[in-house]
Design a protein around this ligand. Structure first.
Ligand code: SF4
Length: 329
């Protein structure tokens, strides 16, 4: 079911399915996924490891050559799934910037920081001095001190938080309309996490950028995103604006994730965890993939895949919503 929350999408993903070859046939990593972002939207894609959120996000830029994609991914009205490599290269680092979880993996240890930030402009034929000036301005804006000297430094000379700023500068130098940030703070300590997230918040607001923030941490996104999409086992479990989702989660999986988030506005309490572990893509249970871990499951949950149902705000896929709401234990 399409989200009614976006009038004119900048990014419009419909029925995206991502599969990879397995020993016993195709394995589905992402199943019939819909997502729409308008210009300036701030959306968080949340789920545990293995939920398919990173695979889904990387599929927008077709970064994984070994997967088969079907469905539709439109950016500003143009279909990316039928675009050639030349067009995709223009989109990557151009209209869409990407920030990865491990900045060291995104940086070339043998090249100076300046060269790496400026590269998208150099590839477009921008003169070297102009491109390096732009790189310096971006490092300044992102709070890297002595930016002019740091352009000549190498990645190993930077701390983790500073490297993430460099990666953010690389993503911003092409003046993107959409930034995809894949767990941008996971590899950092808690104090630096907050600094990087508020920096991301600032620069994206100033530019009016649409942001898709991928994270396993629902607590992290409360002050950042306007809308949250919860993913489980390759499918969308729930999509709603932040306030109603936090106040009254519709899907049992979202409830479980929220119970595991520490709250500073409540008395000290034991944090609850969701029992069990998420299934691997090649061993997903029949019916609702969450049913072996769901404390409120009913008989049909183990045989029927729940379809997304429209709620007052957003959608959620659970048999206990909509027509069957009264049956909820
Ligand atoms: Fe739980 Fe059933 Fe809803 Fe799945 S469909 S979340 S198993 S109640």
């Amino acid at each position: 079911m399409r989200s009614a929350m976006v009038a004119t999408p900048l990014l419009d993903i419909r029925g995206l399915t991502v599969q990879v070859d397995g020993p016993a046939g195709p394995v589905t990593l992402v199943d019939s996924f819909d997502l729409a972002l308008a210009a300036g939207d701030r959306v968080a894609l949340v789920g545990e490891s293995g939920s398919g959120k990173s695979v889904m996000a990387r599929s927008v830029l077709q970064l994984d050559p070994d997967v088969a994609l079907s469905g539709s991914i439109r950016l500003g009205g143009s279909e990316l799934l039928s675009s050639g490599e030349a067009e995709l290269t223009r989109v990557r680092g151009g209209r869409v910037g990407m920030v990865f979880q491990h900045p060291m993996g995104a940086l070339n240890p043998l090249q100076t920081i300046g060269r790496q930030i400026a590269e998208p402009l150099l590839l477009k034929g921008v003169p070297r001095r102009t491109a390096l000036n732009r790189a310096r301005e971006l490092l300044d804006e992102l709070g890297v001190d002595r930016a002019a000297q740091r352009l000549r430094a190498y990645p190993h000379e930077f701390s983790g938080g500073m490297r993430q700023r460099v990666v953010l500068a690389m993503a911003l130098i092409g003046e993107p309309e959409l930034l995809i940030a894949d767990e941008p703070t996971t590899a950092l300590d808690v104090r630096v996490q907050q600094q990087v997230l508020s920096l991301l918040d600032d620069v994206c607001r100033r530019r009016g950028l649409a942001v898709l923030l991928i994270t396993h941490d629902l607590g992290l996104v409360a002050g950042f995103a306007e809308r949250v999409v919860v993913m489980y086992a390759g499918r969308k479990a729930e999509e709603r604006p932040v306030r109603p989702l936090y106040a009254q989660p519709a899907h049992p999986y979202t409830s479980g994730l929220l119970r595991a988030v520490p709250r500073i506005d409540r008395e000290t309490q034991r944090l609850a965890s969701i029992p069990g572990v998420p299934p691997t893509p090649s061993a997903r249970p029949a019916g609702c993939a969450f049913h072996p871990r769901c404390e409120v499951r009913v008989d049909r949950c183990s045989t029927e895949i729940p379809r997304p149902r429209a709620l007052e705000h957003g959608v959620a896929a659970c048999h206990l919503l909509g027509d069957d709401a009264e049956a909820r234990p």
